[in-house]
Design a protein around this ligand. Structure first.
Ligand code: AMP
Length: 215
């Protein structure tokens, strides 16, 4: 299945993406992760991304489309993929439709995880990650054990000021992507409020995938 996971930053896309990729055995393609990796490695493209990402601004469409095209051409995407964080503009969505069609492929379903901005602000400003393991915690909802707490870091774009900018970008630009997929009859809306397992149940239900506990 070729899938897209849409939703505001902090809607829980990354967490739910893990459940989907495990259930369906398809790779998760997070443009945010690809962009952060390029920044970490300080590739020429990475240096270009840095100023946009740290300010909470969207990277120009042409640059993101290139990294997506490159990633989708890799063999592990032949049996399906889950896009997380892409497309974020109407131009990216239209480009994706064309690029997939040229390769004889198409999107099968688009899941939109919906959460209010106030909840997002609470979730994201408390988010911290462990640089050694990559594990993500929340200072209130999922506190870290005492021995890792001291080394946790906050993403530079998870502060309240930058998040507010990211949410504005989302409402201004990404909201145009929703009616695009709605018109194509591909959109499923998922209520993103509730516990991680509750939302997971809804997401897998929308895909017609039975949820197995314990795995
Ligand atoms: P994320 O982890 O998905 O919130 O992405 C982090 C940052 O990477 C965003 O704030 C943007 O600067 C950039 N980014 C990720 N995906 C895209 C995209 N599809 N289009 C433009 N910029 C993106």
């Amino acid at each position: 299945m070729n899938l897209i996971l849409l939703g505001a930053p902090g809607a829980g896309k990354g967490t739910q993406a893990e459940a989907i990729t495990r259930a369906l055995g398809i790779p998760q393609i997070s443009t945010g992760d690809l962009i952060r990796a390029a920044i970490r490695e300080q590739t020429p493209l990475g240096r270009e991304f840095q100023s946009y990402a740290n300010a909470g601004a969207l990277v120009p469409d042409g640059l993101v489309n290139r990294i997506v095209e490159d990633r989708l051409s890799q063999p592990d995407c032949n049996g399906g993929f889950l896009l997380d964080g892409f497309p974020r503009t109407l131009a990216q969505a239209e480009w994706l439709t064309g690029a997939l069609a040229a390769a004889g492929r198409r999107i099968d379903r688009v899941l939109l995880v919906e959460v209010d901005d106030a909840v997002i602000l609470e979730r994201i400003t408390g988010r911290r990650s462990d640089p050694e393991t990559g594990r993500v915690y929340h200072v209130t909802f999922d506190p870290p054990p005492a021995d890792v707490a001291a080394r946790l870091v906050q993403r530079p774009d998870d502060t309240e000021a930058v998040l507010t900018k990211r949410l504005r970008e989302y409402h201004e630009k990404t909201n145009q992507v929703v009616p695009y997929y709605e018109r194509l009859g591909l959109l499923s809306r998922i209520d993103g409020l509730g516990s991680v397992p509750e939302v997971r149940q809804r997401v897998l239900g929308a895909l017609g995938v039975e949820h197995r506990t314990g795995g």
